[in-house]
Design a protein around this ligand. Structure first.
Ligand code: DON
Length: 307
């Protein structure tokens, strides 16, 4: 397995087309596009890494998997009155469906959906407490207290928040948000600005590969049914309007972020984190997707067949 992981890292290191680093959040545009990292954490406790696997990067929308897990833990199925669970087929920051669907976001992974989820988590807490809860959860599942917010990225998102502010105000106008828009956005931008390495991220995702149990510690994070449902949402919605393409090419539940990371889950096998900052036109890591495609072709670990 280590040979395969090395092979993938070598292939990606030499790739010519590397995509375009996100620049709508200026702080992300400073990241060197030549980097590539990969880490696989298996359900039997092994870790295989190559490339820049210990370099922290902005996890961005991958954080939405963790906030969804927290919200389901707090509210259970009543969360689904606030956010749907259908693919949107639209870009991650699109507003169009909100008007037709009375301000209820299609799913927890588009920006509007994640904003609704964080608004739900904030219930009964000060924003600072909510942030602490999100960070503690991520540190807990990754078993690593060094994980932090990148405050420069959060500030950059806040300074360029017009698009997300539009989504939030629009939802608020439909009575869909309970808290002050800027407080909700401040919390949302911080969750997106969590910095993690591929190794930390692969470890953090492992509970989704092992029926809800965080394998290294043996502690149950969620019930098996909840892990299965989160995986199915990742499969259907984790890559926005390219979710079908990702399922076609990779065939694993996956969640991307505009920082260039992707977390992919191979149930009963392991959790794979890849990172390369250059994005395709949908905002998903170009080389990260190629790396995962190569990984499933060589391991047969796609959920759709062993070839
Ligand atoms: O709100 C935003 O636009 C970013 N903080 C997150 C977007 C993102 O990661 C989309 N992913 N591919």
């Amino acid at each position: 397995m280590q040979d395969l992981i090395n092979d993938i890292a070598d292939t990606m290191a030499n790739a010519e087309r590397r995509g375009k680093v996100a620049d709508y959040i200026p702080e992300l545009s400073y990241v060197d596009p030549k980097q590539f990292g990969i880490s696989l954490a298996t359900v039997d406790g092994k870790v295989y890494s190559a490339g820049c696997a210990t370099t922290p990067f902005s996890i961005q929308s991958i954080s939405k998997v963790f906030t969804l897990t927290i919200a389901l833990g707090q509210m259970g199925d009543s969360l689904w009155s606030k956010v749907g669970r259908e693919p949107s087929g639209d870009p991650f920051n699109s507003i169009v469906q909100l008007e037709h669907e009375s301000g209820k976001p299609r799913n927890p992974f588009i920006n509007a959906g994640a904003i609704a989820v964080v608004d739900a988590i904030m219930m009964g807490h000060e924003p600072k407490e909510t942030l602490g809860e999100i960070l503690n959860f991520v540190r807990y599942v990754a078993d690593d207290d060094r994980i932090c917010f990148d405050h420069a990225v959060a500030a950059s998102e806040m300074a360029h928040r017009d698009r997300n502010a539009s989504l939030a105000h629009f939802m608020k106008a439909f009575g869909r948000l309970d808290h002050d828009v800027d407080k909700v956005l401040g919390t949302y931008f911080h969750q997106c600005a969590i910095a993690m390495s591929c190794e930390q991220l692969a470890h953090a995702g492992l509970f989704l590969a092992s029926d809800g149990i965080n394998k290294p510690s043996g502690i149950r994070v969620v019930a098996p049914q909840r892990a299965r449902r989160i995986n199915s949402l990742m499969m259907m919605c984790g890559h926005y309007d390219a979710s079908g393409e990702f399922a076609f090419r990779v065939g694993l539940p996956g969640k991307s972020g505009v920082g260039g990371g992707i977390l992919a889950i191979s149930p009963s096998h392991g959790s794979i984190a890849v990172w390369s900052p250059g994005l395709d036109s949908y905002g998903n890591s170009l080389l990260g997707t190629q790396a995962l495609e190569m990984f499933v072709q060589r391991t047969g670990w796609s959920v759709f067949g062993h070839y």
